[in-house]
Design a protein around this ligand. Structure first.
Ligand code: NAG
Ligand code: NAG
Ligand code: NAG
Ligand code: NAG
Ligand code: NAG
Ligand code: NAG
Length: 405
């Protein structure tokens, strides 16, 4: 599968695979990379044919991109998926299926990351903004600094208000910690939200950027990860009436072993107030559609931030020299199989959007329907900028060809 994707790109780029150039050949600055990671985003996007989506900016990006309709994460969990994407190693290789270890702590596993590879072999300036690596031990409490990044990684100050009571409750007598949480940004702590801070930091990074070096900028937007806290004005694109539950029932004979009871939702006040019997009682449909509505509204919010980021690229005349890749760490079940979670291997939890726009190369919207995986990104970007991939990935790809059958 990896090779198929490569072959496709080789055709697409009409580039000669033998012409790999080991020299630092990037001083024409034609090879910037902007990686946009959107947390827990399933392809709830207009360009993926989702009629409920309102995502004009991502759709516009897709108009000159390759849109992969069957792109898959390695695992429907943030830390293993992100570490896998960034090292092009599977969770099996990194021995990480949860949040609790750092791959470099095992000498044999000191794998190079994509930004590190660009930094060390092609002189890239590399910057992480927002949630790129999963924070905490799985990236050594440092977003894998100093190995991956030339700059200090940026995190929004307002991340710390994640669990502050700011959401309107039905009875409005006091604010709550809700799952469904449209807010008035002007009444938020510091009058902002984490992703607004991420956007500003990314715009500032691009404005500051010195053309002496190519850049690899990774921007990790934090929504639509729960809680669904987003500026309330995005609700106007999403009347409740358009949302219907799909496959809202348990798979037949499901056992508790095969079922994740969405514990993380049950800690939010609005879910607590539903007083559901653990673990099987379903969220009442009336509330369930509100969750879906807010997921789509949060996606529209992120879409508008992505629009601003891409506008900034154009304003700074960097659009002609910057490859833009938009993807996610995994999807999320919006009620399918009675789940409200990632965690599973259902298609809705592991399938991700993957949109790749390469200046002068991807001139119109092309859909690719073959299966690709997020481990494919690293070797593909390396190849795109003409860095050899043999030393980093031949072994991996060869050994994976067997396990991929
Ligand atoms: C792991 O890799 C980094 C970056 O290449 C290097 O600086 C470090 O010494 C390596 N650590 C071990 C234990 O090999
Ligand atoms: C992880 O962070 C700790 C504390 O800062 C540091 O001592 C250690 O060297 C780091 N691990 C690696 C592999 O760099
Ligand atoms: C209003 O909210 C408070 C605090 O969450 C709760 O204790 C109370 O039961 C709610 N009243 C109604 C009528 O829902
Ligand atoms: C948002 O909050 C600000 C300040 O508290 C207020 O002036 C404004 O009217 C509110 N906007 C909406 C739409 O509620
Ligand atoms: C951009 O430059 C300003 C002024 O030198 C500096 O304060 C800021 O930290 C820089 N921002 C980023 C994201 O590099
Ligand atoms: C579910 O369990 C029943 C009773 O054991 C069995 O008859 C049925 O075939 C099972 N269904 C599936 C899909 O396994």
């Amino acid at each position: 599968m990896v090779y198929k994707w490569f072959l496709f790109f080789l055709l697409l780029l009409k580039c000669n695979a033998n012409k790999i150039n080991n020299n630092n050949n990037n001083n024409n600055n034609n090879n910037n990379v902007l990686l946009i990671l959107v947390d827990d985003l399933r392809p709830a996007l207009g360009c993926y044919g989702d009629l409920n989506a309102y995502t004009p900016n991502i759709d516009k990006l897709a108009e000159k991109s390759v849109v992969f309709t069957r792109a898959y994460a390695q695992q429907a969990l943030c830390a293993p998926s992100r570490n896998s994407l960034l090292t092009s190693r599977r969770p099996d290789t990194l021995h990480l299926y949860d949040f609790y270890s750092y791959w470099r702590d095992n000498n044999k596993n000191n794998y190079t990351t994509l930004p590190q590879y660009l930094k060390e072999n092609a002189g890239y300036a590399t910057k992480s903004i927002g949630k790129v690596f999963h924070p905490g031990i799985s990236s050594n409490y440092s977003d894998d600094s100093p190995y991956s990044w030339t700059d200090v990684p940026f995190h929004p100050v307002t991340d710390k208000y994640k669990n502050t009571r700011v959401c309107f409750n039905n009875n409005a007598s006091e604010l709550a910690r809700n799952l469904v949480c449209p807010v008035n940004v002007t009444s938020m702590p510091r009058f902002t939200l984490p992703d607004l801070e991420n956007l500003n930091a990314a715009k500032q990074y691009l404005s500051n950027y010195s053309k002496l070096k190519p850049f690899f900028l990774a921007v990790g937007f934090e929504k639509p990860h729960i809680p669904l806290k987003y500026p309330e004005e995005y609700l106007k694109f999403h009347p409740l009436s358009k949302f219907k539950l799909k496959n809202y029932y348990w798979p037949e004979n499901i056992t508790s072993l095969g079922y994740n009871p969405w514990i993380d939702l049950r800690q939010r006040d609005d879910i607590i107030n539903l007083d559901l019997k653990f673990p099987w009682e379903k969220i009442p449909e009336k509330f369930a559609v509100k969750i879906i509505q807010s997921y789509y509204a949060a996606v529209s919010y992120i879409d508008s931030l992505i629009g601003e980021l891409l506008k900034k690229l154009i304003e700074l005349k960097l659009d002609k020299s910057t490859t833009v890749i938009l993807t996610s760490d995994h999807g999320w079940s919006l009620g399918e199989h009675s789940l409200w979670a990632k965690y599973s291997n259902f298609d809705v939890a592991v399938r991700v959007p993957l949109i790749v726009s390469i200046p002068k190369k991807t001139k119109s919207q092309v859909y690719v329907k073959s299966i690709v995986e997020l481990v494919d990104l690293f070797p593909t970007i390396a190849e795109l900028i003409k860095l050899p991939i043999d030393s980093i990935s031949t072994t991996r790809i060869d050994s994976n060809m067997e396990t991929k059958q």
